[in-house]
Design a protein around this ligand. Structure first.
Ligand SMILES: [Fe+2]
Length: 386
């Protein structure tokens, strides 16, 4: 993120003596991106964050890609996914390339360990559920519609509220997720035309210092492997931190739609950008107000991108046969557009209640074998008029 924030106790001057009540030093840790050239934060621990007691390989997480298939439009119905496991174990990777991996997850229980994604940032879209994103930077209370943005380097775990159904869309970026540069001024502040601003971003708001000894497991995903590390001190022993790097929540309801007299293209819905993809939010909004406007989108060939849409709520204006938690993938190379009747049918409509997350990737995506279990095999032919 782009602005300065702090929680807890920090010394007046960085890299100076900051002492605990018993006279011992707190242990400063810098977490920064792009070497020492990107955003960073300084954290102050009760104990050194380096005291590993034991290391082992927890598991292999290689992505099981599908065998070659013809280039075609895809529709995955993920509503039927079985709920099980914690917020990391329950992830089902559906598609990926060298920039991104997109998964869905329906966790049922809290994580018993802490987790760090070493390859990039993560966005977790909370479709259903509530709970706590517990991090070294403090706790964030999440609710439906939240995007939880977790920069690489942040140690976290998810503690879902008991007896509340959870459904998440998970985006792992092999790079850094940022607000679009065109939304920001040269000082990093959101501009007036941005569909969201600093007030809409929720930093961690509860820093609990754990001074506990025992056995604490931290899992780190790097490449296709998860490695476990055992520590004798609780990893959430941070008494204070400051800087520009911190996890945050942004709720999709706080995205202010930009509308026009005629149909507005997807970039007006853009929410985040990362190397190799953009993420957009389609939210309830008034439709176009030119007297002859056609609100539904025109047919389009996304020549340079694969287009993924996760349908969260409402009726999507251009699609038929789509249900809650459906995912469509419209690849480069072949045009797609509104389903029969939807183009003409949208004329005169004043508003839409659709809520969806779109991810456009600039390299081709490959689907996984898991995705095939959810696939509506007739989707490619659903544009044919009968
Ligand atoms: Fe499209």
């Amino acid at each position: 993120m782009t602005y300065y924030y702090y929680l807890g106790n920090i010394p007046h001057k960085r890299h100076t003596q900051f002492r605990q009540l018993d006279g011992s030093l707190y242990h400063e840790e810098s977490i920064g991106l792009r070497g020492f050239s990107g955003v960073q934060s300084l954290l102050y621990h009760l104990h050194p964050p380096t005291q590993i007691q034991k290391i082992w390989i927890e598991g292999n997480v290689e992505i099981p890609y599908e065998d070659q298939s013809p280039l075609h439009h895809r529709h995955l119905r993920t509503a039927t996914m079985t709920a099980k496991g914690d917020a990391v174990e329950s992830r089902i990777p559906l598609m990926a390339n060298s920039d991104i991996c997109i998964s869905v997850a329906c966790p049922t229980r809290p994580m018993q360990y802490w987790y760090r994604f070493a390859c990039g940032d993560e966005v977790i879209f909370i479709h259903d559920g509530s709970g706590i994103l517990e991090t070294q930077f403090g706790n964030l209370f999440y609710r439906p519609g939240d995007y939880l943005v977790i920069p690489t380097g942040v140690l976290w775990r998810i503690l879902p509220d008991a007896a509340v159904e959870q459904r998440m869309l998970v985006v792992e970026a092999y790079g850094h997720i940022e607000s679009p540069a065109r939304y920001l001024n040269r000082y990093g502040q959101f501009l007036e035309h941005s569909p969201y601003c600093e007030r809409d971003i929720r930093p961690p708001n509860q820093l609990i210092v754990h001074d506990e000894e025992g056995e604490f497991e931290v899992r780190v995903k790097a490449g296709n492997q998860i490695t476990s590390y055992l520590y004798h001190h609780h990893p959430l022993d941070v008494v204070g931190w400051d800087g520009h790097l911190w996890p945050f929540a942004f709720n999709i309801e706080d995205f202010e739609p930009i509308t026009g007299r005629v149909h507005q293209p997807p970039p007006v819905h853009q929410t985040f950008e990362a190397p190799g993809f953009v993420l957009c939010s389609f939210v309830p909004r008034l439709f176009d107000y030119h007297p002859l406007a056609i609100p539904a989108p025109y047919n389009h060939s996304n020549v340079d991108s694969d287009e993924v849409i996760y349908y969260a709520e409402g009726k999507f204006m251009s699609r038929k046969g789509i249900e809650r938690a459906s995912i469509t993938v419209h690849p480069r190379g072949i045009p797609h557009g509104p389903h029969p009747g939807m183009y003409e049918g949208s004329i005169g409509k004043e508003r839409t209640d659709e809520l969806a997350v779109m991810i456009d990737t600039f390299r081709p995506l490959k689907l996984t074998q898991h995705a095939l279990k959810f696939e509506d095999k007739d989707y490619s032919y659903s544009w044919v008029s009968h």
